[in-house]
Design a protein around this ligand. Structure first.
Ligand SMILES: *[C@@H]1O[C@H](CO)[C@@H](O)[C@H](O)[C@H]1NC(C)=O
Length: 414
């Protein structure tokens, strides 16, 4: 009888412990990934207030444009087109109307104020809410821009927006994937390059994470800084790319946006991309570990002072395999006999210190900003190894070349 109670008690105790540990873990994950709604509410209020203040001074003289933007695509797909639309608005001497970012992981209806991430497109622009007050529905002209071929689209859009109507609402979404993958966008590069230099800026919350992370992980903030170690950054795009690359291969797609710039064609790891060949697309879009190691080996040999690597990865609960793949990469980069066989110089370290996205120094509520901080850290790296099929990699390349006048020799596409 006693032993019966004992084993019952032991079972109960075990269940209780599992329950407590489980709920502690669940609360931790919940709180850790919960955004700072206080901050977001404040930012939304500030956006409206500063838009209204700006309108009081400049409102009478200005024309406005509201673009139909992507809803719920990945963070960087949205940022990429926000920058392009902002550039287009400025090119047509119109005030850009900024909208919040749609935060897909929390559902299609969940938004984050743009000023949480970016400062550039906010300055001299007005928020969606302010647009509604200065341009009530009766005074808005609706237009569509995608009525011409890709080659003429940008100039056509600029000309159409130069008309006199004060308030324009663009009803069609012109910056679609096929346009962004087409050579037509090369003509935009010279002015976009200048745009990035003049207008690109992250928000303060993002820059705070970057500074904290670079200090903690000993990553050198720039070539002239005395703090931290010089480093390479690798965009290890895995997760859903395994299936996505199959689709791209079957559709014979090439790289996206700025990765297609002719000036970067020498930055592509050979053999050259041949979109007619499905294996070639896969090779560049979802490269093998061996291929990635070959790229890193070449850098380690050519630049013996680089022995730190920041890996931008997309490992999540629903893509746990990425963690394992990253582990394989790390193991290979610590293997000194492999490095020796690959021809690394013997008088320099034969292993690489690896840090990664999971080590970003995030405070409570800063989880949403992690991806932006990762982009900035990769932008500041001595060498960036990117994936030409990813808009995130393309954006990093554009920032390095455009905003920072960086060298194309410091960019490699896998
Ligand atoms: C297709 O690409 C793969 C990977 O680069 C290459 O090994 C193969 O020879 C290519 N096939 C043809 C027909 O070019």
């Amino acid at each position: 009888m006693i032993s019966f109670f004992c084993s019952r008690w032991r079972l109960l105790r075990a269940v209780l412990v599992i329950w407590v540990v489980g709920s502690l873990l669940a609360s931790y994950i919940f709180l850790k990934t919960r955004p700072s709604y206080d901050l977001y509410n404040t930012l939304t209020r500030t956006e409206l207030e500063s838009s209204q203040k700006w309108l009081q001074v400049h409102g009478d003289k200005r024309k406005f444009v509201f673009f139909k933007q992507l809803q719920g695509a990945g963070f960087n797909n949205q940022v990429q087109e926000i920058l392009l639309y902002h550039h287009l608005a400025l090119s047509a001497s119109r005030t850009y109307v900024y909208q919040p970012l749609v935060w897909r992981p929390r559902g299609e209806k969940s938004t984050v104020p743009l000023s949480a991430f970016l400062r550039g497109p906010i300055e001299g622009s007005i928020s969606e809410a302010a647009f509604d007050s200065v341009c009530p529905p009766g005074q808005v002209t609706h237009i569509t821009l995608g009525t011409v071929g890709f080659q003429d689209l940008w100039n056509h859009a600029k000309n159409s927006l130069s008309r006199d109507d004060r308030c324009i609402y663009v009803d069609d979404h012109i910056l679609n994937w096929r346009y962004l993958a087409s050579p037509a966008i090369h003509d935009i590069w010279p002015s976009f390059n200048q745009y990035l230099h003049d207008h690109f800026a992250w928000s303060n919350p993002v820059l705070k994470i970057v500074r904290r992370t670079q200090a903690k992980l000993r990553l050198r903030p720039g070539p002239h800084s005395l703090h931290g170690e010089p480093y390479m950054a690798l965009h290890f795009r895995r997760g859903d790319f395994e299936e996505h690359c199959q689709v791209l291969a079957n559709d014979r797609m090439g790289f996206t946006t700025w990765s297609t710039l002719p000036l970067l064609s020498d930055s592509i790891q050979p053999p050259a991309l041949n979109t007619a060949n499905i294996s070639s697309v896969t090779e560049h879009c979802y490269p093998t570990l061996e291929r990635l190691l070959a790229i890193i080996d070449a850098q380690a040999i050519a630049r013996p002072h680089l022995r730190t690597l920041h890996v931008l990865h997309d490992g999540t609960w629903d893509h746990p395999l990425v963690y394992w793949q990253k582990l394989q990469l790390e193991r290979a980069l610590r293997d000194t006999s492999r490095a020796r066989a690959a021809g690394w110089p013997e008088n320099k370290p034969l292993a690489i210190r690896v840090v990664h996205s999971g080590m970003l120094q995030l405070a409570w509520g800063e989880g949403d900003m992690a991806v932006a901080a990762d982009v900035e850290i990769a932008r500041r790296a001595d060498v960036f190894i990117g994936n030409g099929y990813s808009s995130l990699s393309s954006q990093i390349a554009a920032l390095r070349l455009g905003a920072d006048a960086g060298r194309k020799e410091d960019i490699v596409f896998m």
